[in-house]
Design a protein around this ligand. Structure first.
Ligand code: MLT
Length: 406
């Protein structure tokens, strides 16, 4: 008789964005006459840029001819893509990352969930609170998080680092020493960013206590202010303590196309063993790589033309962020984020809980957002809106919110 993985059974409820999707679906079915606008899940709405589309067309044609057809991709990904990433994302920023320290993948969500496999079953993780739920849930599935306290919404073996109004939504070093530290900056969900000095403190700390930082930089393209690092490798010493996760989803609109990468410097070691070797072993065993045509599309992002086009797209979304921020402020809400990140983190009005406000906003304004408590206990009383909508929907959603709450 088979038995299920008991750790999966510990997971409370469904994945946050699945729950929201179900609620929104039920509301739409019950009210077919209403136009519901989603500023909930951070999914992009603008089409792929012309440089990427051209590259996709060319690569598709190559696959149709015996001389240019490609089968399995190399284990780490094609060199043409790893080379341009090493040049544009790292060398240009003064970071010492070699192409063979870059592993191409089909996106940062899977990478952020899978990377924990490399570490011991009793490794203790530290996460920001609120946090992107994948980091915690994947460790629950791996049996690393202890027992769940449903009242508090916390796991007994997880170290939570509250990110609150008081600390500017930037975590403080934890009292208890973790083995793995998940950091995501610019942050999902609060939209906050760390300066280089602030990030350096984490790098120094991780090196001092022998911890690994899993640094999710999926939103680095949205950084607008000076002195905010785009990569953790801008910090001194990060090569011996940090793994970086990157995505093409938010900077180049690949949420449906799927492409990302993991950087593991060869200097990151446990004793004599490089973490790099373990991830390479995992890639070889469990993964056959992102499709050739998608890797060619990724390469096009790093052409002059591609860069100009994706920067314009990021600027488009950041204008949405500005519109959301300004409009909510005018309406009287307390608002954070949206300056170096495509997420706006607002306080719920009238002491409503995050889910109460979700229901209220859906009913009153037919607008969907993401309840802050879905990201962790410190998210209670907050609500996240994304800047990834179309311009018309963003303006319309904010008009509706203003009409109800002014
Ligand atoms: C979000 O809304 O937090 C993101 O879309 C989630 C993701 O990128 O997987």
């Amino acid at each position: 008789m088979f038995r299920l993985n008991q750790d999966y059974l510990k997971l409370p409820g469904s994945y946050l964005f699945s729950t929201i999707g179900k609620k929104a679906g039920a509301y739409r079915a019950a009210h077919p006459d209403r136009t519901v606008i989603s500023l909930g899940i951070g999914d992009v709405t603008q089409p792929l840029v012309p440089a990427v589309i051209d590259a996709l067309h060319r690569a598709v044609d190559e696959m149709g001819h015996a001389e240019t057809f490609r089968g399995y991709a190399p284990d780490l990904g094609y060199a043409f893509l790893r080379d341009v990433i090493a040049g544009w994302d790292y060398r240009k920023r003064g970071c010492e990352i070699a192409p063979d320290e870059i592993f191409i993948s089909d996106g940062a969500k899977g990478d952020s969930a899978n990377i924990q496999e490399l570490f011991s079953a009793d490794a203790q993780i530290a996460v920001c609170d609120p946090v992107y739920p994948v980091y915690v849930d994947s460790n629950v599935m791996a049996g690393r998080t202890g027992t769940y306290d449903a009242e508090k919404g916390t796991w007994s073996r997880v170290i939570y680092m509250p990110c609150t109004e008081e600390n500017g939504f930037c975590p403080e070093l934890p009292e208890k020493e973790p083995d793995l530290i998940y950091l995501c900056f610019p942050n999902n969900p609060t939209g906050s960013a760390l300066t280089k000095d602030q990030l350096q403190v984490w790098v120094d700390y991780a090196n001092r206590i022998g911890a690994v930082i899993i640094y999710d930089a999926a939103y680095e393209a949205y950084i607008c202010e000076e002195n905010i690092p785009h990569s953790i490798y801008e910090c001194e010493g990060a090569r011996t303590c940090a793994i970086e996760l990157r995505s093409f989803s938010k900077n180049a609109g690949f949420t449906g196309t799927r492409l990302g990468f993991v950087v593991i410097p060869k200097d990151l070691k446990s004793g004599d063993v490089m973490v790099h070797s373990l991830w390479a072993r995992r890639h070889g065993t469990k993964y056959n790589g992102a499709p050739y045509i998608v890797q060619r599309a990724g390469e096009a992002v790093y052409t002059q033309q591609g860069q100009e086009q994706i920067r314009a797209q990021v600027a488009f979304y950041m204008e949405n962020a500005r519109i959301i921020r300004e409009s909510l402020k005018k309406t009287g809400f307390t608002v954070y984020g949206g300056v170096n990140a495509p997420y706006i983190w607002m306080k719920t009005p009238d002491g409503l809980s995050s889910w109460e406000f979700f229901d209220r906003l859906l009913e009153d304004a037919n607008v969907i957002g993401t309840p802050g408590s879905g990201f962790g206990p410190s998210g209670e009383g907050y609500f996240r809106l994304t800047a990834f909508g179309s311009r018309d929907n963003t303006i319309e959603a904010l008009d509706r919110i203003r009409r109800f709450y002014e």
